[in-house]
Design a protein around this ligand. Structure first.
Ligand code: NAD
Ligand code: TYD
Length: 336
């Protein structure tokens, strides 16, 4: 099967590309990415010369560029990762978030409709459900109640994608994963930021009381789930993908301090994020029943191997941090 992957130079997309082109690859990939601050060709250097991989630098908001990619490569399926993926950036600068996440998805759906693809997996997030009160775990019927421009733009793109199933009978499936962690994640999200700051003896910024709860999913477990949906999911369906590992942020950060051997004096409470969701929690029963997929990575082992990856790749961290990242944080967060 020829799969058009969008955002395949980012954190999760590149893990999907590496996994798919690993031993005994059954698929070829066309990887479309505009290489924003979060897209990095180093993430896919190991498959650069793989015969089943073509990289196209293009912006998914550009209808003509997207049409050209479809016309040239004629993919059988689409796995759509490309997005502006960071909540804090979406608060400070919502425009690229709204245009990429909503209009970019629209351009892909239109091109895929014209082409008549066999499968379209729209990769989304559990954040569309908003904060979930204890002791509930949201299933796929749980009402959408997005809090940030990021989660609202993802919720809107989920609805648009599902409308292409209802209206045009396009074989669209939506996946909603919980918080991912693993190698190659840009150090702006909680786990890679805390690891890289700890390794540099920099303060670890805790938003508010640090008791917000997130469910942690190892990135390769997420990628295997997407393959399971691609192979066995039913068109028009939504599939939650969780790691079954809910932890308060402070708990995660204390584990990072312990594993890196750094002192708790690095912890620094900073102003809370506006509209901060208190708790994300989902059930993955539907995908487990439908496909047999289950999250496999134990959180402590996954966190340890993630820290080891960052320690072995300090040059990667320095390179990504020396770009837009530093300017952005210095301009916008004087207390962090
Ligand atoms: P990321 O920010 O690491 O990577 C996004 C990629 O998309 C980058 O390579 C970037 O260059 C590319 N991109 C951005 N705008 C583009 C555009 N206009 N045209 C073409 N390419 C563009 O993101 P990620 O963490 O890998 O997330 C991938 C997907 O998974 C997103 O759709 C996100 O909403 C979803 N998701 C992420 C998480 C998480 O914890 N990171 C959890 C659930 C769902
Ligand atoms: P983040 O990784 O941005 O993911 P999301 O907001 O999409 O869940 O944040 C995860 C949690 O960590 C969230 O509750 C916000 C918190 N957080 C901090 O306390 N400090 C930080 O520096 C960051 C980036 C996040």
């Amino acid at each position: 099967m020829k799969i058009l992957v969008t955002g395949g130079a980012g954190f999760i997309g590149s893990a999907f590309v590496r996994l798919t082109l690993g031993d005994g690859a059954q698929h070829s990939l066309v990887n479309v990415d505009s290489l924003t601050y979060a897209g990095n060709l180093e993430n896919i250097a190991s498959v650069e010369r793989h015969p089943g991989h073509s990289f196209v630098r293009a912006d998914i908001r550009d209808a003509a560029a997207v049409a050209e990619v479809f016309a040239q490569h004629k993919p059988d399926a689409v796995v759509h990762f490309a997005a502006e993926s960071h909540v804090d950036r979406s608060i400070l600068s919502p425009e690229p978030v709204v245009t990429t996440n909503f209009m970019g998805t629209f351009q892909l759906l239109e091109a895929a409709k014209r082409q008549g693809v066999a499968r379209f997996v729209h990769v989304s997030t559990d954040e569309v459900y908003g904060s979930i009160p204890e002791p509930l775990d949201a299933d796929e019927q749980y009402p959408i109640s997005a809090s940030s421009p990021y989660s609202a733009s993802k919720a809107a793109s989920d609805l648009l994608a599902l409308s292409y199933y209802k209206t045009f009978k396009m074989p669209v499936m939506v996946t909603r994963a919980s918080n991912n962690y693993g190698p190659n994640q840009f150090p702006e999200k909680l786990i890679p930021l805390m690891i890289s700051n700890a390794l540099e003896d920099q303060p670890l910024p805790i938003y508010g009381d640090g008791q917000q709860v997130r469910d942690w999913l190892y990135v390769d477990d997420h990628c295997r789930a997407i393959h399971a949906v691609l192979a066995k999911g039913s068109p028009g369906e939504i599939y939650n993908i969780g790691g079954s590992r809910a932890l308060a942020n402070l708990d995660v950060v204390h584990r990072i301090l312990a594993l890196t051997g750094k002192p708790t004096s690095l912890l620094k409470t900073v102003t809370d994020r506006p509209g901060h969701d208190r708790r994300y929690a989902i059930t993955s029963e539907k995908i487990e029943r439908a496909t047999g997929w289950r999250a496999q990575m134990n959180f402590d082992l996954g966190l340890k191997s993630t820290i080891e990856w960052y320690m072995a790749n300090l040059d990667w961290v320095a390179r990504v941090k020396s770009g837009a990242y530093r300017d952005y944080y210095q301009q916008n967060y004087s207390d962090r």
